[in-house]
Design a protein around this ligand. Sequence first.
Ligand code: HEM
Length: 417
Amino acid sequence: MDIQVATDPRGTIFIDPDAYTDPAAWHATAAALRAESPVLRVEAEGFEPFYAVTRHADVFEVSRRHDLWHNTQRSMLMDEFTWQFILSLGIDPKTLIHMDGDEHRDHRAVANDWFKPAAVRHRQQAIDAIADEFTQKMVDLGGECDFAQDVAVPYTLRVIMSIFGIPEPDEPIMLRLTQGIFGAADPEYLGDLTDPMELGTGAINEFGDYFGALAADRRANPTDDLATVIANGRVQGEPLNEHAELWYFIIVATAGHDTTSYALSGGLEALLRNPDQLAALAADPELVTNAAEEMIRWASPVRHFMRYAQQDTELHGVDIAEGERVLLSYWSANRDEDVFVDPMRFDITRPDAGELISFGVGAHYCLGSQFARRELRSFLPKLLARVDDLQLAGDPQWTAANFVGGVKHLPVSYRVR
Ligand code: HEM
C-alpha cells in the first residue's frame, strides 16, 4: 500500500498492512522509534493525525488512566474515507471496545462473571476434548499440514463456538463472518468480493440474523452457555437492546477467534525456529504455562488500539491536546528492552514473560485472556505427545493487517509417534 506520510516516514509501519508481513523489518523500525521517538506524531494522507506509542511503560500508563484516555467509537485505526463510508451505511459499532466510563462498566458487567477464572476453569474439560480432537486431526493428516489453517484456525473457532453454545454445523458461517470483519484488510480473505466494505456490511447483516435467532432461542430455553448470558443480559435493570446485544455477540466472536489462532500459529512458528525449546517443552510439559505466556508476548496478535485524550496532557515529554489520539502499539511494547531482557529472543523459560502486554491493561483488559491461555496450554502438550520431528516445511506467511494479525500459513512436517 502506498502511504504518504508528511512526518517521519517510519510512522508508516503502524498504518500500512503490508508492513506487518515482514516482522524483522517492522521490529527493527519499532526498536529505533522506542529509542528515538517513543511518542511519534504521524500525519498521513487520508488519516487523522495520531501519536504512535511504542514503549511498554507508556502503553501501560495510557491504558491505566481510562478516565483521561477514552476508547471512543473509533478505537481502531481507520482511514477517514472508510470511517465515513461505514457511518453512511448506518453501521454504528457499539461494543465494549467502543465504550467508556459507566456505560462500559455496566456493559462489561453483563459477561464479566462468566469470564472469571473459576468459571473458565469449569470449561477446561471441554477445551481439552477439543484439543484432543485437533491433535487427532493432525495425526490423521499424516505428517504434513498447514498448521495455521488446518489446526489453529478451526481449533480456536471450535472453542469459541463451544463457549457460545453454537453447534458445529454452523461453524463455516461463523468463520466467514469473523474473517469478513477482522480479516478484511488481508486480500486473501476477500474472496470474490472486490469491495471490502461490502464484505463488512454483509457480515454484520448476517451476524444480525444469526445472533438474533440464537438470542431468541436462549431466552426461551436458557442453558449455561455465553449466548444465554448475553441474551438475558441487563444494564441498569433493563434488558440489553437489540443493537447492544448484537454487538456484544460480535465482539466476543471476533475478539476471541483470530486473536487466539494467531497466538497459537505465531507461537508455534517461534518454537519451530528454536528446536531446542521445542524439545525442552516436549520433554517437560510443565513448561507450558510460561511457554504460553511467551508465545502470546511474541505473537502479540492485537497490534494496536487507539485512545483519545479527554484533556490537554503530556506523554513522555510530548504535549498532547484534548481530542488528539494515540495508537498503543502492543507489538512494539512487547519487545521493549526496558522490560524484557533480550526482547528479540524467543525464550519459553524467560522469567519476565508475565510482563506481556498483549491483553492490554486496566478497564478494558481482555475479557477472554484466561480462555486464550488455556487453549494454548491445553493444546501444546497434547500435540507434542503425539508427534515428533515437527519442523517448518516451507515459508510461513503473515497477514497484511494493521489491527489483528499474525502467521496465516504455517507449513509443517512431522512424524506421528
Ligand atoms: C491471545 C488471544 C487474545 C489477545 C492477544 C487479546 C487481546 C485483547 C486486547 C489487547 C484487548 C483490549 C485491551 C485494552 O484495551 O486494554 C482485548 C479486549 C477484549 N478481548 Fe481479547 N484477546 C485475546 C483473546 C480473547 C478471547 C479468547 C476472548 C473471548 C472469549 C476475548 C474477548 C475480548 C473482549 C470481549 C474484549 C473487550 C474488553 C473491554 O473492552 O472491556 N479476547 N483483547
